[in-house]
Design a protein around this ligand. Structure first.
Ligand code: IPM
Length: 543
């Protein structure tokens, strides 16, 4: 297989095969130029003794002595150090701690045991509690977990608690949100340059907003509740440069499946994964979230996308919200930029009014390794059972007969994921052949499905005449009914079925039966597969 440079590199490059066991072509993606550039400090991690805690003020842009990566810079600022290197252990100040109904009770238990029954959390405005895993169940112990969160919220006067009050009717609860990682972004808790920790492995999703976001255990969370600090080892950074125009049949899910297939499920263990390049810049925020959501499936400590006008203007708000003229100019520019676009245009007041300071990798920053991809040549991918790195081309699996399709979860249950599926359904004019489950990640996503048009005319900013409301398209295409249920309890496979799913993990038993077979795929591929009853390349319906 020939490899070609995408941009000039000072060093020789090579193609690395799956699992990193050698350097040869990976046949199923032979058209894709993938390069791992050993540049600058590659592979050698400089081990530096952690400097003494000092009274120094946080590092700011321009004050560093040598180059740092984005992750190192965020952690340097959060630990009030001028300089950090991979391997340093530092106490960081936490900006947000998120917990949910699975790990919240355990974290609260540790907090109370270590800090006392009457202890107060370090900052009632920095703790975000989101019941989401156990909500639609009558299981007593599950209900008890949510009750523990309620008691803690009342006792501590926690500002952000997205409770569900009527389990029988989620619509009656405007405070209720849904899947925590999507809700965190939706409710404005994700800001560039900050440190967000959560008791869930997919907390890394928030790296899409240019922040350091990672999952932690209950013991660490209990400690953070009491102090607002955590001791963290600075991870080295792997850099993924994705360039080229994204073909209209690809989504961010294909990009991350490509990367995990390349480096394996252990390829980024305790490493930061930084995503850059023209393709990444073209992705809307929800797609960047999909990219970062799955870094933990490669073992990554965190994933980051540098914040840009897409992050700041279309999603969060300018650091200085009073600068409305800049906001309006950028907003106008962004609105016409993508056919799939961001489903919800926001105004500054929608997200955050808190100040934040984005961080970016220095030009002289050292990366452990750099991987380069020409995305214009990538084809739709799936991860075959039973591992997220079991990469294959969707078209190679066209003989795999499936029993059902699932579109949902923190990875693939966002408004834009349904928008993509609807686009494919509309293009096909067909109905699904297998039961297809649509599970919106949050109440807002659910509402979007009934209110948003498939797409807006970029010039007119209104629904073209031939377009239809999303829900109408889905309901026409689906034999299944649009339903709302809790993450992971829905579409449970009680029998060994074969499912194409937009979720993040396909380990045995992940969706129920341990012999169930899960093919991880993008919403396009999932929708195309629903229409045929086989794993299907979305190019059969989209070009
Ligand atoms: C329950 C929680 C601890 C778990 C995680 O951390 O990933 C869950 O969200 C999952 O996706 O399996």
């Amino acid at each position: 297989m020939a490899s070609s440079l995408i941009s000039p590199s000072p060093v020789s490059s090579f193609i690395r095969n799956k699992k990193g066991s050698g350097f040869s072509a990976f046949p199923s993606t032979s058209q894709i130029a993938i390069q791992k550039c050993n540049k600058q400090v590659s592979k050698k991690i400089v081990s530096v003794m952690a400097p003494q805690q000092s009274e120094r003020k946080p590092a700011t842009t321009g004050s560093v002595k040598t180059g740092m990566t984005m992750t190192e810079k965020i952690l340097a600022r959060a630990s009030e150090k001028p300089q950090l290197s991979p391997g340093d252990n530092v106490w960081v100040n936490v900006d947000i701690l998120m917990t949910h109904d699975v790990c919240g009770p355990g974290s609260i238990g540790i907090f109370k045991k270590e800090f006392g029954e009457n202890a107060k959390v370090w900052d009632r405005e920095k703790v975000v509690i989101i019941p989401d895993h156990y909500i639609f169940t009558s299981d007593e112990r599950a209900n008890r977990n949510v009750d523990i969160l309620r008691d803690f919220w009342a006792e501590q006067n926690i500002k952000y608690f997205y409770d569900i009050k009527d389990l029988g009717n989620f619509k009656a609860n405007p405070d209720y949100k849904g899947v925590c990682h999507v809700a965190l972004a939706q409710e404005g808790h994700c800001r560039p340059g900050e440190v967000l920790l959560g008791t869930d492995s997919h907390t890394c999703t928030a790296g899409a907003f240019g922040q350091f976001a990672t999952g932690i255990g209950n013991t660490d969370a209990g400690f953070v509740l009491g102090t607002g600090n955590l001791l963290l080892k600075v991870p080295p950074t792997l850099r993924f440069v994705m360039d080229g125009e994204m073909p209209p049949y690809l989504l961010a899910k294909d990009l991350i499946l490509q990367i995990i297939g390349e480096i394996s499920v252990a390829g980024a263990t305790y490493k930061s994964m930084e995503f850059v390049g023209t393709t990444v810049e073209s992705l809307n925020m929800k797609e960047r979230m999909t990219l970062c959501n799955m870094v933990v499936e490669a073992g990554g400590k965190n994933g980051v996308v540098p914040s840009d006008s897409t992050t700041i203007v279309t999603w969060i708000a300018p650091p200085d919200p009073s600068n409305f003229s800049l906001f309006k100019t950028l907003t106008t520019t962004m609105m016409g930029s993508s056919s799939l676009g961001e489903a919800t245009m926001t105004t500054p007041k929608d997200k955050t009014s808190l100040p934040y300071e984005p961080a970016y990798s220095d030009a002289q920053a050292s990366f452990l390794s750099e991987y380069r991809f020409d995305i214009s040549k990538l084809e739709p991918l799936v991860a075959k059972p039973h591992s997220p790195d079991n990469r294959a081309l969707a078209r190679e699996c066209k003989d795999v007969k499936i029993d059902r399709v699932y579109i949902g979860s923190c990875t693939g249950g966002k408004t834009e994921d349904f928008l993509a599926a609807a686009k494919l359904f509309l293009a096909s004019g067909k109905k699904v052949k297998v039961p297809t489950f649509l599970v919106p990640a949050t109440q807002k996503v659910w509402l979007d499905l009934y209110t948003l048009p498939l797409y807006l005319d970029p010039v007119e900013r209104r629904c073209p005449r031939f377009s239809k409301k999303l829900a109408v398209i889905h309901l026409q295409a689906l034999a299944a009914v649009l339903v709302w249920v809790a993450l992971k309890t829905h579409a449970r496979m009680n029998e060994p079925k074969v499912c194409v799913s937009t979720t993040n993990r396909n380990f045995p038993g992940r969706m129920g039966h341990k012999e169930g077979q899960i093919y991880l795929a993008s919403p396009y591929t999932a929708a195309a597969s629903a229409l045929t009853g086989y794993v299907t390349d979305p190019r059969e319906f989209l070009q």
